[in-house]
Design a protein around this ligand. Structure first.
Ligand code: GRF
Length: 219
């Protein structure tokens, strides 16, 4: 994408649960820190608590219940249709617990970001904080990455490190990582939406600068 500092890109935020990263993105957009027009917060689960939080922030919401579709591909086609109907140009996954198939990703190629609560490529998949703790990692953190057809494998836009403490539980570690997630995701998404971040092979360049995440002492 070319540099478009003032244009607001129509985006969708996809959630499945509490939606705290969604709130941090919506707040950043409403405060002018993110050049995004959040067209919809969409959940695949009708009972996702984040839906009410989005409504409270004045954002339109939608539910597309995956259980109503016979296959992943049918769900993904309906999802892409719904987002295109709303004029969405970019998609931010924020605790969206569905793996997207090529049926969706080909229609939004290079236009989907995700946040993962570990320093990829370590600890992909579910329970990333528990995996880091059980492995005995001394530093973990979070990663904002482009979504490709693998699980947590796309090019990395930004990472923030968090130290693991001796007395950490999964909950205390997850809470400190989450603080970094809320800070990192709007910065990383802004770099992508303005065209500052560019994908070169597996690397994303152009993200260095004042928005850089702090070192592991931050945790
Ligand atoms: C976050 O830890 C995120 O990294 C992971 O799922 C969790 C979602 O939390 N992908 P929330 O719904 O944003 O509060």
């Amino acid at each position: 994408m070319s540099e478009r500092p003032t244009e607001r890109v129509p985006i969708a935020i996809l959630i499945s649960g509490r939606g705290s990263n969604m709130v941090s993105l919506v707040t950043a957009a409403q405060e002018g820190r993110l050049s995004a027009d959040v067209r919809v917060v969409l959940s695949n689960r009708p009972d996702a608590p984040g839906l009410a939080r989005a409504s409270d922030l004045g954002i339109p919401t939608a539910v597309l219940d995956h259980r109503a579709f016979a296959t992943r591909e049918a769900f993904d086609a309906a999802l892409a249709d719904e987002l295109e109907r709303r004029g969405v140009r970019f998609v931010a996954l924020a605790g969206f617990l569905r793996v997207l198939t090529p049926v969706f990703l080909r229609r939004f190629a290079g236009r989907v970001l995700n946040i993962h609560p570990a320093l990829l490529p370590s600890f992909p998949g579910v329970h990333a904080q528990r995996q880091a703790l059980e492995y005995g990692a001394r530093v973990t953190g979070c990663t904002v990455h482009f979504v490709d057809e693998g699980v947590d494998t796309g090019p990395i836009v930004a990472q923030a490190a968090v130290r693991v403490r001796d007395d950490d539980t999964e909950e205390t570690l997850a809470a400190r990582i989450l603080e970094q997630e809320h800070r990192l995701y709007p910065l990383a998404l802004q770099a992508v939406l303005t065209g500052r971040a560019r994908v070169v092979g597996r690397r994303v360049v152009g993200v260095e600068g004042p928005g850089d995440p702090p070192g592991p002492d931050a945790g």
